[in-house]
Ligand binder design. Structure first.
Ligand code: CO
Length: 176
């Protein structure tokens, strides 16, 4: 089932998500629906808060044929326990902020603890795109968006578009 994606300006995106327990109802169905929603929107990551549920879960499925890059995961109750020192600048977009992208500075490496879809506890290190996508989705769980942490230049470049998105004038095809 395709779920409606919450868009920039919706106050729910600013909520801090809460941890869930194994008793959370119909979690596998929610995860399936999140993948379906993300695929339809041609996204590579989606946090539950983006479909209106302030719970600590996000999914990722990203692929790049040219570099044979493939990364898929379900992250439940994640906790980034360490950020690497080296930082990189790369462009990012977000399904909740349609049509635009901005260059975001982030640490290249992270260590993260989380539960996978089988509720198995994992502690893993990620770098490069995997690390970046995880950090982007993780921010959603804190009520943050990538546009919060842009440089002054990028903020001023994107602010007219952000106003239009907030008004509903600038929208994504996948939202109709
Ligand atoms: Co996003």
């Amino acid at each position: 089932m395709i779920l409606p994606i919450k868009i920039y300006g919706d106050p729910i995106l600013r909520k801090v998500s809460v941890a869930i327990t194994k008793n959370y109802l119909n979690l596998n169905k929610l995860i399936d629906d999140m993948f379906e929603t993300m695929h339809k929107a041609k996204g590579i990551g989606l946090a539950a808060i983006q479909v209106g549920l302030p719970i600590r879960i996000f999914i990722i499925e990203a692929t790049d044929d040219e570099t044979k890059f493939y990364f898929k995961g379900v992250f439940i109750n994640p906790n980034i326990i360490k950020f690497g020192e080296e930082e990189k600048y790369l462009p990012e977009g977000c399904l909740s902020i349609p049509k635009i992208s901005g260059v975001v500075k982030r640490p290249d490496r992270i260590s993260i603890e989380y539960l996978d879809q089988n509720w198995e506890k994992k502690t893993e290190k990620f770098e490069g795109w995997e690390s970046r996508i995880i950090q982007h989705e993780y921010e959603h769980l804190q009520g943050e968006l990538y546009t919060d942490n842009l440089s002054t230049m990028w903020k001023s470049m994107l602010s007219p578009s952000l106003e239009l998105i907030e008004k509903g004038t600038l929208t994504g095809d996948y939202l109709t």
